[in-house]
Design a binder for this molecule. Structure first.
Ligand code: COS
Length: 387
């Protein structure tokens, strides 16, 4: 649903105020305790954040991509772990069902995901399959009316809280690559599912990932997304197109925060008898960050508009992910530089953000995978024109 401009503005303002008044003051606590307070999770549920992308008929807010991008930029202004708590429900954890699920699968899972009662996680990555998403080894063997799943999934965001996993598993042969992969909705409480130890990450404390191990897990045939084998890779790619745009919006929001922190610091910190913002070399860093932030924002908003217009945006989404996640890395680096020695001290939030944003260039496809997606499409388009 496209919200009218006034309603959208009110929602964006509400999220902006919530981020500034409620979440930013909690950032250090969440990082220190590696835990988001339960009451905050409940507040985010009450605000409808878990269901922003889920259609209204299933209890979500049914925002368009442009609207989602506006909200996620606001969320990017604070520690990314808050967004991560509901991010899988909005993106990779629910979109496979929304895009390719049967009406029974939608009715069973989406309302619970929209309210935040059920956390959905996306289980694609494996110890030996990350960038090469078509090479997953987790197997799903049909046995009567059930599939039996075996394998290990790695770095699964929100796995410790998940109620359902979208699992990419091989129903075909290894030689079939992506064509032999199917997507399954696997309830987390099923016998044979165990979780590995929580991963000790570089940053993003408060967001939890771990291995998920499937040992002869029996799921009904009805767990196969869309009821069709061999479509899992394509489902994953479509989900990731959208996810990449979402992460780009997040990167843009975080860049804005880092710029604001840098400007503020530079107007307070004095050296050589004046505020450091008066030095042109400092101004150059601020200007470069602002320019790159603005470029990223324009790209993301334009691609979201194209997505809403029904255009295929794989190339644009990959371009956004490549540019915006690399951009926020540079902006974070400059933010530390503007803060000087203080930027290396955890008392200033730029130190934490510097570590947190490093993940953006890795998950939902590394920068190198985005380059590959972009170049492949350019080459395909060129060969179609000459054919
Ligand atoms: N939307 C719909 N379909 C898509 C698609 C998309 N964005 N991208 C690819 N496909 C389809 C192709 O059309 C092709 O279909 P056919 O078999 O009918 O021709 C099929 O999927 C295979 O496509 P392709 O040959 O391009 O796939 P590759 O195996 O070459 O791999 C990459 C493509 C490397 C880009 C893919 O594996 C990838 O994105 N890897 C990164 C995965 C990732 O992000 N991992 C992070 C963990 S998830 S949080």
């Amino acid at each position: 649903m496209a919200l009218d401009q006034e309603t959208l503005k009110q929602f964006v303002d509400t999220v902006r105020r919530y981020v500034r008044e409620r979440l930013i003051p909690l950032e250090d606590q969440v990082a220190d305790e590696d835990q988001i307070p339960e009451e905050v999770i409940n507040e985010m549920k009450d605000m409808g954040l878990f269901g922003i992308s889920i259609p209204e008929e299933f209890g979500g807010l049914g925002l368009t991509m442009s609207e989602e991008v506006a909200i996620i930029q606001e969320m990017g202004y604070t520690s990314p772990v808050f967004r991560s708590m509901f991010g899988t429900n909005v993106g990779i954890g629910s979109q496979g069902i929304i895009m390719d699920g049967t009406s029974e699968q939608k009715a069973k899972y989406l309302p619970l995901m929209a309210s935040g009662e059920l956390i959905g996680s996306f289980a694609l990555t494996e110890p030996d399959a990350g960038s090469d998403a078509g090479s997953v080894r987790t197997s799903a063997r049909l046995d009567g009316d059930e599939y039996i799943l075996n394998g290990t999934k790695r770095f699964i965001t929100n796995a410790p809280r998940a109620g359902v996993f979208t699992v990419m598993a091989r129903t075909g042969t290894r030689e079939e690559g992506g064509r032999g992969v199917s997507a399954f909705l696997v309830d987390a409480g099923l016998p044979g599912i165990t979780l590995g130890k929580p991963d000790k990450k570089m940053g993003q404390k408060g967001s939890h990932t771990c291995d998920v191990i499937f040992d002869n897990v029996r799921v009904p045939r009805a767990a196969l997304i869309g009821g069709v084998e061999g479509q899992g890779f394509k489902t994953a790619m479509k989900v990731l197109d959208r996810g990449r745009l979402h992460i780009s919006a997040l990167s843009v929001g975080t860049a804005k925060r880092l710029i604001d922190e840098s400007v503020l610091y530079s107007t307070e910190r004095k050296q050589f008898g004046t505020e450091i913002c008066n030095f042109q070399l400092v101004q150059a860093m601020l200007a470069d960050s602002q320019t790159e932030y603005y470029a990223g924002k324009c790209m993301v908003e334009e691609t979201a508009r194209a997505y809403d217009a029904g255009e295929k945006v794989s190339l644009q989404a990959a371009s956004c992910k490549l540019f915006c996640t690399e951009m926020v890395g540079r902006v974070a680096d400059r933010a530390v530089q503007v803060h000087g020695g203080s930027g290396y001290i955890s008392e200033y939030c730029v130190e934490r953000f510097y570590r947190d944003v490093r993940l953006f260039r890795l998950y939902e496809g590394t920068s190198q995978i985005q380059q590959l997606v972009i170049a492949k499409q350019l080459i395909r388009e060129a060969s179609e024109q000459t054919a």
